[in-house]
Design a protein around this ligand. Structure first.
Ligand code: 5GP
Ligand code: 5GP
Length: 259
């Protein structure tokens, strides 16, 4: 039995090697149900920055991001689980070279660590998101370019930072805001209920969800306020103090800057 399994694995590897760089990693994962656009709050994430490197956007001084930035566009199942690493498609940065300005600005890495790729190597944050999540977005996306372009467009069309700003929820190291008020502001703007994720009382991520045709929909688990991962009733949106000591406060992009 064991030798039969070894033989099957060997045949699969050889078949994969001859199939170019697209190798089915996990055929058993069924098609996803919806997308979650996961947005991270730099003020919370960057507080974990202990040292700087050129790729860490927390270290850009006065250019460090002060708005929610993209973590990823994630295919999810309605039962709360999700597929990952669906087939082998090694990330190629040159395929998205024309999107670099937008990616650097709105989808920067907020860390110096090199995440692992699906097949065990180390790579970029974008590579990690494409391989882990992007490859599971078929049949909507089949290539990196469309995955990253559509994610940027969705992000620019649903400006969560601006929605919170208009409702009076701005970065602050002293204010606490009602979680219900933050959720209501997003419900009023997009007519859907988001998922909010906290690190202690600080908002870490806000996720807004979409059908496969990109019409907004509720995120799974978003109906029950108490089920939101670890968020207390009152939450904060911390400012970030970079390692050089200059405090970052929320700054709304002008229309020109947003383009
Ligand atoms: P954490 O355990 O920190 O919540 O999540 C770790 C990683 O698991 C995330 O960065 C993401 O790659 C994946 N993950 C967590 N929650 C979800 C989810 O609801 N949907 C999907 N598709 N991935 C998730
Ligand atoms: P995930 O939690 O999405 O499975 O893994 C994210 C990986 O990317 C981790 O290894 C993390 O260190 C790395 N990473 C690099 N930049 C970022 C970032 O801006 N946000 C998050 N959440 N992870 C990042």
């Amino acid at each position: 039995m064991a030798s039969r399994l070894c033989l099957l694995l060997l045949v699969a590897c050889i078949a994969g090697a001859f199939a170019g760089d697209v190798i089915e990693l996990n055929r058993s994962q069924r098609e996803f149900d919806y997308f979650a656009l996961s947005l991270q709050w730099p003020g919370t994430y960057c507080r974990g920055t202990r040292h700087c490197c050129s790729k860490n956007a927390c270290c850009r001084g006065s250019d460090a991001p002060t708005q929610f930035t993209i973590h990823g566009l994630w295919p999810d199942y309605n039962d709360g689980s999700w597929p990952s690493c669906c087939y082998r498609s090694d990330f190629k940065e040159k395929e998205i070279s024309t999107l670099m300005d937008g990616l650097e600005k709105y989808w920067p890495s907020l860390s110096c660590g090199s995440p692992s790729s699906c097949n065990g190597g180390k790579g970029s944050f974008w590579g990690h998101e494409w391989e882990k999540h992007g490859t599971c977005s078929s049949p909507v996306f089949h290539d990196e370019y469309n995955y990253f372009l559509t994610t940027l467009n969705l992000y620019l069309k649903h400006n969560v930072t601006d929605v919170l700003y208009q409702a009076g929820y701005v970065a602050s190291n002293s204010e606490k805001y009602p979680l219900g008020g933050i959720v209501t502001a997003i419900q009023n703007a997009f007519h859907i209920t988001p998922e909010v994720v906290c690190k202690r009382d600080a908002i870490d991520e806000i996720r807004i969800c979409f059908y496969k045709d990109f019409k907004p929909r509720d995120c799974v688990g978003s109906q029950d306020l108490t089920s939101r991962k670890s968020c207390p009733k009152y939450v904060s949106l911390p400012e970030y103090t970079p390692l050089d000591g200059e405090a970052m406060v929320l700054k709304m992009p002008t229309e020109r800057e947003a383009l």
